[in-house]
Design a protein around this ligand. Sequence first.
Ligand code: NAD
Ligand code: GDU
Length: 328
Amino acid sequence: MTILVTGGAGYIGSHTVLYLQEKGEEVIVLDNFTKGHYDALLNTTYYEGNLHDDELLDKVFTNHSIDSVIHFAASSLVGESVADPLSYYKNNVLGTHHLVNKIVEHGVKRIVFSSTAATYGEPDSIPIKEDDSTIPTNPYGETKLAIERMLKWCEDAYGLKSVSLRYFNAAGADPESRIGEDHNPETHLIPIVLEVANGQREFMKIFGHDYATEDGTCVRDYIHVMDLAQAHYLAVRKLRDTKQSGVYNLGNGQGFSVNEVLEACRNVTGRLIPAREAPRRPGDPAVLIASSEKAKQELGWDPQYSELETMVQHAWNWHKEHKDGFIK
Ligand SMILES: NC(=O)c1ccc[n+]([C@@H]2O[C@H](COP(=O)([O-])OP(=O)(O)OC[C@H]3O[C@@H](n4cnc5c(N)ncnc54)[C@H](O)[C@@H]3O)[C@@H](O)[C@H]2O)c1
Ligand SMILES: O=c1ccn([C@@H]2O[C@H](COP(=O)(O)OP(=O)(O)O[C@H]3O[C@H](CO)[C@H](O)[C@H](O)[C@H]3O)[C@@H](O)[C@H]2O)c(=O)[nH]1
């Protein structure tokens, strides 16, 4: 039984591949390497190509006995999605359409899908629960919600079982520092702050200091990438064992402000890390915190690295040794 991981050379995908392999799962990867890295794949069979390539998908599903698909491959920058929504509908919705079409054609019965907190938009209340309203405030979130709904209809029509995992803010790196996060351009808070610590940026910008939060900066729910990886493994197992579809939040249930993240980075690195106040970033909600009780109860999810400083430490261990990220 092989698991196909699309986007397995990216940040969360590569950590999940490592986790699955350590659990004894047979894994193959499909990635077009637009954002992924060859060096993020350690001893893993991969196919280089696009979700839209039907011939390649036929080859992958024919060459391997695939029982489940974990689908990470997507475009995922909120700002970029606002500037160019059509490219997001093409890569995310249309790309997933090609993939699911082949999944159904080849008789595969299980898919785990990377969804996002961005499906909610402005939260109804905190902590956010799975049945709260989903009114995305950007095309990125819209495309992810459209895919969740496409999967629901595919279950009704073709019996395809799915788990959609709505991650909050992925953070950290492999605790053994074999791989880490390398995005270009980098937009995420923790790696940007660590670039300043590494002397690669002069200062970091705090986007907004007048939010209705305790210290005026945005609050987010950071979740360790290896805890996300664990949830994917559990989701595949649940689909194998119970054949029950579901939608789950994955967060740590605690919020940290931008200032608190900055302080944690200063503590972990022992470096000064200059910061400047900057205007709010359009589209940023003030506070996003998940309730992940459903994932804990139904998937048996048991996050191991909930301390913010642990996440920063693991990210820092990798970043300080890989200033330029992965070489290739
Ligand atoms: N990073 C986060 O905090 C976060 C939060 C919520 C949801 N997500 C979702 O998780 C998934 C993984 O995020 P990430 O941060 O690891 O992103 P990433 O960009 O590091 O990884 C995505 C991978 O998919 C590949 N890819 C993209 N389009 C493709 C296509 N058409 N065909 C084949 N390969 C393709 C890229 O080359 C890359 O390796 C994404 O679906 C993203 O929307 C991420
Ligand atoms: O240089 C920076 C970068 C970020 N921030 C702030 O730090 C917080 C976290 O920002 P990130 O860009 O790291 O993460 P987001 O919360 O914007 O986005 C994350 O969560 C989203 C769901 O809400 C999407 O899923 C997205 O892919 C994922 O990265 C935000 O308040 C942002 O304004 C700064 O102050 N300065």
